[in-house]
Design a protein around this ligand. Structure first.
Ligand code: AFP
Length: 346
């Protein structure tokens, strides 16, 4: 009998235990972050359960449609948003919430206010719901700047000021990946326990990868001389390397959470450039680009916008977009070099 393995299996590091351990490093901490995270975890468990039951519960479909009982159906992303907003407000630890689903930020009423600002996309990749492809929730956490009345400036901070970021992927298993600024850790939901258990401690992205991930069908729309030629050259290099190395594989799911999750674990690069349809790129700075860039850097990779380090961006609007190239350190170095070389020709 392998007693060591047994001890490991019975000594479960749940996400709450992990965060409490982290908290104990800061004697002045009052547990507010742990409480906030527990409410995010609750939202993730709810969405996971709703996603798993989506077909059965007739949750799939457009918001505004009615089901056989004549009740109004809520699209999963609308439902997920409601759950997160209610859970975050009731935590008593938040003051501003920015959700992909809501045009305006939510300012929490003074009696329920705390010091954290949460930016999130409750259900990213929703066009993949109806075919049961992996989707996810993405979140980032800021601390309010000071104790004055909270304003939008509290969330319009560069990504490098985030205290924590993470995502929960609703895939073949439900996986929550979190960084509080001390590395990246992955937790898998054990459905029988209803707990996220640490399964991927200290994720490190390989220095160089064998996969590139981009919607290459948009190539005809890739925009601007620098972007267009740097990208075309990069993609050609992935397919026909001139240095005798093997060509890279192309993997693209179209759910940022799933594409970034694979990139963190297997290495490689994820690219969403600007194009003629989306001159600033498609992905949103606050709740897609920043959290994923934060996690990528914490795992030892890089995140670049085509002009600068992604986490240095200072957003001016809550739903601002940006091009993003993130992944293995060496792969992002290559795209940075191509952008620099093509930029000089302009
Ligand atoms: P949806 O939520 O509309 O499915 O968009 C998903 C997403 O925001 C992100 O998760 C993907 O990486 C990206 O868009 C895919 O965009 P394209 O369909 O243009 O490739």
């Amino acid at each position: 009998m392998d007693h060591a393995a047994d001890a490991h299996r019975t000594d479960l590091m749940t996400i709450t235990r992990y965060v409490l351990n982290e908290q104990s490093k800061y004697p002045e901490s009052r547990g507010d972050f742990t409480i906030l995270l527990n409410h995010i975890v609750l939202g993730c468990k709810f969405v996971c359960s709703a996603v798993n039951k989506a077909g059965l519960a007739k949750l799939i479909g457009l918001a505004g449609e009615t089901n056989v009982q004549g009740e109004e159906q809520k699209k999963l992303d609308v439902l997920s948003n409601e759950v997160f907003i209610k859970s975050l407000v009731s935590s008593g630890r938040t003051c501003i919430l920015v959700s992909e689903e809501d045009e305006e930020a939510t300012f929490v009423e003074p009696s329920k206010r705390g010091k954290y600002c949460v930016v999130f996309d409750p259900l990213d990749g929703s066009s993949n719901i109806d075919c049961a492809v992996s989707i996810g929730t993405i979140f980032g956490i800021y601390m309010v700047k000071d104790s004055h009345e909270p304003t939008l400036d509290d969330v319009l901070q560069p990504g490098k000021h985030m205290l924590a970021a993470g995502y929960c992927m609703y895939g073949s298993s439900c996986t929550l990946v979190l960084s509080t600024g001390e590395g990246v850790h992955g937790f898998t939901l054990d459905p029988s326990l209803g707990e996220f258990i640490l399964t991927h401690p200290d994720i490190k992205i390989p220095k160089k990868g064998k996969i590139y991930s981009v919607n290459e069908g948009n190539a005809k729309n890739w925009d601007g001389p620098t972007a267009k030629y740097a990208l075309i050259k990069y993609v050609e290099k992935c397919k026909f390397p001139k240095d005798g190395s093997s060509s890279k594989s192309l993997r693209y799911i179209g759910s940022m959470v799933a594409d970034v999750h694979r990139t963190l674990l297997y290495g490689g690069i994820f690219l969403y450039p600007a194009d003629k349809k989306s001159p600033n790129g498609k992905l949103r700075v606050l709740y897609e680009v920043f959290p994923m860039s934060f996690l990528t850097e914490q795992a030892g990779g890089q995140a670049f916008t085509g002009k600068q380090r992604a986490l240095d961006l200072v957003p001016t609007k809550i739903h601002e977009r940006s091009p993003i190239f993130l992944g293995s350190y060496d792969d992002v170095e290559e795209i940075k070099a191509l952008y620099a070389a093509e930029g000089k020709k302009e």
